[in-house]
Design a protein around this ligand. Structure first.
Ligand code: ACO
Ligand code: KIV
Ligand code: MG
Length: 514
């Protein structure tokens, strides 16, 4: 099957920013735009130039700084909108004005208060005007807002007229997320069959997710011949959001046997982009979000874990590396079985007799039935229940940390060791980082001891709460964890680190037969 290119139009910075509560600074928008360029999106809708000075400035800077993606601004079918969009874009390398007007009767009657004829005239005028002021250098896209609820015959007329007026791309938005997949497929197909000059433009879709169908509708449109999909990172957007870029792109990639298209997206950049957008917008990603959610590559149940350990493809339709993740996760819980438990012990460097293993597994199942999340430290304690905790090699005798505005964070620690008391002093990014560096200095720890995980939470409410810190470190094939509890966050962190180091010593000594 000869594949055609599917253009990916990202509107995270425009429709995505319409997510209630999201407000990006100009610098943040530029940062996201550069990452979208690395991701390989074809078009970046950088904003709506006339809507605010900040949007204008962001579009201007993005148009100047992004060279490999087309940069686009939204504009109503009004002269001042189109002029302002062009003003913001004109120094760009590849640019597009995206002008729109609503075409559904409900929008025409109650919102714009104009007739179908008038809307058609304005649409044609806007495309011609954009073409005129931009010249051939730039592209014009036209959207028939609320096309999903627009009378079909009238929609054909509008599309034909705007293509005649010079639109390069005609976008068919399901503005209110009302369409269902088979109907949307038929709609796009019928546009392709009934609009005479349709082949002179790219047909695009812009699907909202009010019924959770945005990705499905976008993909059905692709099957019907749409060759541009408008989408956002993490599915951000007005109300329930837009089709998620990562879902559309990965569906096309994973089911390349099914879809007649390819994209130029570097999928290895997906996870990084998703994290950046989540961090800068403050919109958290649901754990079960397809592709980029925490659980998208996590396996909790024994039968699945057994399968994945034997051959990842048994339960994974894509590789974590495909989206830029290092590996999938095997999460221990009450549904886990012996294969996953044994694998965890192997990773931790724990060696048990078969008898001890069965006992440990029984205790693990019992614990997992009572506890929501099983941390590595829980397994450590369980093993210690079987083997005994042993002597502590290190003990925290003293710690002090200094931090604050205008101060370089620094820390001092005194640690009791079999060779006597050791003092460590260091500076760092913050008081915890300085304390960890001070512990490393005091004990002369090398680069081989790597911090793999650091989690902190408050055990109780209030500013006087007990802080609980979990730390996982790795060294030469051993993976061990520690937990520290103290009202002082820095001390809790130091205690967790030292508990992990004590376990590391114990495990190394056991291996050496000491
Ligand atoms: C489906 C979508 O997502 S469309 C994009 C939606 N995004 C946004 O609205 C975010 C940015 N918007 C804004 O900052 C403001 O709405 C502005 C600056 C664009 C306009 O603000 P205001 O001038 O105060 O108008 P307001 O937003 O209250 O009303 C919209 C006006 O645009 C008109 N309008 C709406 N769509 C169009 C269109 N496509 N073409 C021409 N006029 C339009 C409305 O008729 C109304 O006009 P009126 O003021 O003459 O009655
Ligand atoms: C401006 C258009 C494309 C839009 O966002 C919509 O119709 O949802
Ligand atoms: Mg929209």
């Amino acid at each position: 099957m000869k594949k055609e290119k599917l253009y990916i139009f990202d509107t995270t910075l425009r429709d995505g920013e319409q997510t209630p509560g999201v407000n990006l600074t100009v610098d943040e928008k530029v940062q996201i735009a550069k990452q979208l360029e690395r991701l390989g999106v074809d078009v970046i809708e950088a904003g709506f130039a006339i809507s605010s000075p900040a949007d204008f400035e962001a579009i201007k800077r993005i148009a100047k700084e992004v060279r490999n993606s087309t940069v686009c601004s939204l504009a109503r079918a009004r002269e001042e909108d189109i002029r302002t969009a062009w003003e913001a874009l004109k120094e760009g390398n590849r640019v597009r004005i995206h002008t729109f007007i609503a075409t559904s009767d409900i929008h025409l009657k109650y919102k714009l208060k104009i007739s179908r004829e008038e809307a058609l005239e304005r649409a044609v005028w806007a495309v011609k005007f954009a073409r005129e002021i931009m010249g051939e250098k730039a592209e014009v896209e036209f959207s028939a807002e609320d096309a999903g609820r627009t009378d079909l015959k009238y929609l054909y007329e509008v599309i034909e007229a705007v293509i005649e007026a010079g639109a390069d791309v005609v976008n068919i938005p399901d503005t209110v997320g009302y369409a269902v997949p088979d109907e949307w497929y038929e709609k796009i197909l019928s546009i392709r069959e009934n609009v005479k000059n349709v082949d002179r433009a790219i047909i695009s879709v812009h699907c909202h997710n009010d019924l959770g169908l945005a990705t499905a509708n976008s993909l059905m449109a692709v099957m019907a011949g749409a060759r541009q999909v408008e989408c956002t990172i993490n599915g951000l957007g007005e109300r329930a959001g837009n089709a998620a870029l990562e879902e559309v792109v990965m569906a096309v990639k994973v089911r390349s046997d099914h879809f007649p298209v390819y994209t130029d997206i570097d999928t290895k950049q997906i996870y990084k982009t998703s994290q950046l957008v989540s961090r800068l917008t403050g919109v958290l990603i649901s754990k079960t979000k397809p592709i980029v959610g925490d659980n998208a590559f996590a396996h909790e149940s024994g039968i699945h874990q057994h399968g994945v350990l034997a051959c990842p493809e048994t339960y994974e339709i894509m590789k974590p590396e495909d989206i830029g993740l290092k590996e999938s996760k095997i999460v221990l819980g009450k549904h886990s079985g012996r294969h996953a438990f044994r694998k965890k012990l192997e990773e931790m460097g724990v060696e048990l007799s078969e008898e001890q293993f069965e006992e440990a597994f029984r205790k693990f199942k019992e614990l997992a039935s009572r506890k929501k999340e099983i941390y590595d430290v829980d397994i450590e304690l369980l093993i210690e229940g079987l083997e005994g905790a042993g002597e502590k090699t290190y003990e925290l005798l003293y710690n002090q940390a200094v931090s604050g505005e205008g101060v370089i964070p620094s820390a001092t620690v005194k640690i009791g060791t079999p060779e006597g008391e050791k003092l460590g002093i260091a500076v760092g990014n913050g008081p915890v980082d300085a304390t960890y560096r001070a512990i490393r200095n005091a004990l002369g720890l090398g680069e081989d001891i790597q911090l793999k995980d650091f989690k902190i939470r408050a055990l109780t409410a209030g500013t006087d709460a007990q802080a609980e810190v979990y730390v996982t470190i790795e060294s030469n094939g051993f993976r061990v964890s520690g937990r520290g509890v103290d009202p002082d966050i820095v001390r809790a962190s130091a205690l967790a680190f030292l508990e992990a180091l004590n376990r590391l010593e114990k495990r190394k000594n056991k291996k050496k037969g000491i």
